[in-house]
Design a protein around this ligand. Structure first.
Ligand SMILES: NC(=O)c1ccc[n+]([C@@H]2O[C@H](COP(=O)([O-])OP(=O)(O)OC[C@H]3O[C@@H](n4cnc5c(N)ncnc54)[C@H](O)[C@@H]3O)[C@@H](O)[C@H]2O)c1
Length: 279
């Protein structure tokens, strides 16, 4: 996608962090922006801040894990803007902190509902509407480097982010040649509020598990890494470039390349072993 002015963008998790930065970047390009989020207070503030730039910005309360709510938000956006060209399935929660065998089913449900089903609902609700206007567009799904490599104590998060990478690769294959591009955003550490995701934990899932000393230690490490992370605006600038260039993969941390290469090396070594295997 090369031209942005006057076109419509829908961003989930738009009240904070990377989503808000994406909204800011789209507004700066003269797009009409709908921010969708579960947190009303932060959403109101985000909409007010972006409106100060003179952009056409609106907000809608929407829990992305709820298919009907996402469908309603899509209908509202079309009613407001006429068309949507850019969809960012960005809302996410940092769920984890325990070994797999000690992770509560409720935590799996929460992570899968928001991080994976949220993206699936976004595509189902908006893709037909993007196709229908025939002007092309772009879908950006926020995964993570956790969708490329699996560290300990964060399995619910890692599994959903690998899912988002797979979903995006599948979608790109399905939309090849359609004029609708697909990008999967895989950032490393970004200085946002993702470490405070418990603020969004649905009451129906019950209270969080009491963290073990090991989990508390890991949480403190993650908080420090997030605070030292890059700015959400830097991530949004990378996304803008990826939409322009129609790039499938969007990385932000070249420092993490070596760890990814190590994963590929082990996969290649396993293939070498398979090639040499004689039953
Ligand atoms: N911060 C990082 O280091 C980092 C790294 C890789 C990937 N990511 C991903 O980036 C995305 C954005 O996160 P962020 O870092 O900006 O964190 P953030 O907490 O600042 O923003 C997440 C937003 O999602 C919203 N949200 C949470 N649950 C929701 C739901 N059910 N429905 C709708 N909105 C909901 C929150 O209210 C919040 O505004 C997430 O998908 C996250 O997994 C973040």
């Amino acid at each position: 996608m090369r031209s942005f002015a006057g076109k419509g963008a829908f961003v989930t998790g738009g009240a904070s962090g990377i989503g808000l930065a994406l909204g800011r970047a789209f507004a700066a390009e003269g797009m009409k922006v709908m921010l969708a989020d579960i947190e009303q207070g932060a959403l109101d503030q985000a909409v007010a801040a972006l409106r100060e730039t003179g952009a056409e910005v609106r907000g809608t309360l929407c829990d992305v894990s709820d298919r009907a709510a996402v469908e309603r938000a899509a209908a509202l956006t079309i009613a407001a803007f006429g068309k949507v060209h850019v969809l960012c399935n960005n809302a996410g929660v940092g769920v984890g902190g325990a070994p797999i065998d000690e992770t509560a089913p409720a935590d799996w449900e929460w992570a899968i509902g928001v991080n994976l089903m949220g993206v699936i609902h976004g595509i189902a609700a908006f893709l037909p509407k993007i196709r229908a206007h025939g002007e092309g567009g772009h879908i950006v799904n926020t995964a993570s480097m956790a969708g490329m490599m699996s560290g300990p104590m964060m399995a619910p998060y890692n599994v959903t982010k690998f899912g988002v990478v797979s979903l995006s690769e599948s979608l790109a294959a399905e939309l090849n040649g359609s004029g609708i591009g697909v990008s999967v955003l895989c950032p490393g550490w970004v200085n946002t509020a993702i470490g405070e995701s418990q603020r969004h934990r649905p009451a129906r899932l019950g209270p969080p598990q009491t963290p073990t000393p090991l989990a508390l230690e890991r949480r403190a490490q993650i908080t420090a890494l997030l605070r030292a992370g890059i700015s959400p605006d830097e991530v949004a600038a990378r996304v803008m470039a990826a939409i322009r260039d129609d790039d499938l993969y969007v990385f932000t941390h070249s420092v993490m390349r070596a760890a990814l290469e190590e994963r590929f090396r082990r996969i290649r070594a396993a293939y070498d072993k398979a090639d040499a295997f004689k039953p």
